[in-house]
Design a protein around this ligand. Structure first.
Ligand code: FE
Length: 337
């Protein structure tokens, strides 16, 4: 009897909210420095601790899958809608009901079924070498496939999801055959075999290896604010050109978040999502990542303002995940390594 009573006592103590501290387990493909200070602030404000697991996005998705219903993960934070879509397709996420904070995120940056939503935006414009290219002479992505740009274009490999999503977005907006024509033309104008990341394309411009590149702006912003003098000088030789401003707008993507299918701390996780969408968080997160806030009424950092404002594509981003396989095939057919 005594044993039963003490056993019940232990169980009651375990269930007591006063004893069990709230926590959130966050699987994040973002570097610790780009998120940790914000999480610390969340803990200060709410008393909810956040256990941060950082890693490569594809590895985190694989880990979630292999852990199955025993996964401790509550949230998956990663870049590019293509990856969030993949996690959803694999049944690793669950629908999030729309809170007041989530309702402030524009519809095209949220999954229709509520399985992911954007926390910040990234833009993928053209960039040119200031010394070699008159920025007035180039206005649209379509310009890059003309004979004038033969041997002058730098872009990273087709295995990168940023390019896959960009091509998927062209399929949505231009249709299969026009998108294929563009991809073929672009490959035909490559300055070199695709190599390195977006930063290396910017360095390629600075070194005169190419005259125009396609890269995400936060890489250029990161180089401009680098403590390394050489990196800063390389970035200063490069100018952003916002393509397709008279038409469909410039390609954008998100970094976003999903609620894990078996999230053991769902309520705390939802509170963290709401916190990340607060004005203060949005300002900090976008500025620190050199990305754009996902909420339309948040001010941009001075550095982002220096690139100028732009018209963005209006594609429902979930489409980019749906068309990922078609985009990869298209790039393969064109010989984009
Ligand atoms: Fe990146």
């Amino acid at each position: 009897m005594k044993n039963i009573i003490s056993c019940m006592l232990v169980i009651t103590t375990m269930l007591s909210p006063l004893v069990v501290a709230e926590q959130v387990n966050l699987y994040s493909a973002r570097k610790e420095a780009l998120i940790k200070p914000l999480l610390d602030k969340f803990t200060q404000q709410t008393g909810i601790s956040v256990n941060l697991v950082t890693g490569n996005a594809d590895n985190l998705i694989t880990r979630l899958k292999s852990e199955g219903k025993y996964s401790p993960a509550d949230l998956l934070l990663t870049t590019d809608v293509g990856r969030l879509y993949r996690a959803k397709q694999q049944g690793l996420t669950q629908a999030i009901s729309v809170s007041a904070a989530i309702a402030t995120v524009p519809n095209n940056f949220r999954d229709e079924q509520g399985h992911w939503l954007g926390l910040s935006l990234r833009a993928r414009p053209m960039m040119v070498s200031v010394d070699k290219v008159d920025a007035q002479l180039i206005a649209n992505l379509e310009d890059l496939i003309s004979a004038e740009w033969k041997g002058r274009v730098c872009i990273r490999s087709s295995s990168n999801i940023y390019n896959q999503s960009m091509v998927a977005s062209l399929i949505v907006q231009l249709g299969e055959s026009a998108a294929q024509e563009w991809v073929n033309g672009l490959v035909n104008n490559f300055a070199r075999h695709p190599q390195g990341g977006d930063r290396d394309q910017i360095k390629g411009l600075a070194a005169g290896l190419c005259d125009v590149a396609i890269a995400n702006t936060y890489y250029l912003a990161g180089m401009l604010s680098s403590k390394d003098e050489i990196t800063q000088q390389q970035a200063k030789k490069v100018k952003v050109i916002w393509p397709n401003q008279a038409g469909r707008g410039t390609h954008i993507n998100i970094s976003g978040v999903s609620l894990a299918q078996y999230a053991p701390n769902k309520n705390a996780a939802l509170k963290l999502i709401d916190f990340l969408l607060s004005k203060e968080s949005q300002l900090w997160y976008a500025t620190t990542n050199h990305e754009y806030p996902v909420l339309p009424d948040i001010a941009w950092s001075e550095l982002l303002q220096s690139f100028g404002t732009f018209k963005a594509e209006q594609v429902a981003l979930g489409k980019l995940g749906e068309l990922n396989a078609a985009a990869v095939k298209m790039m393969d057919r064109a010989g984009w390594k």
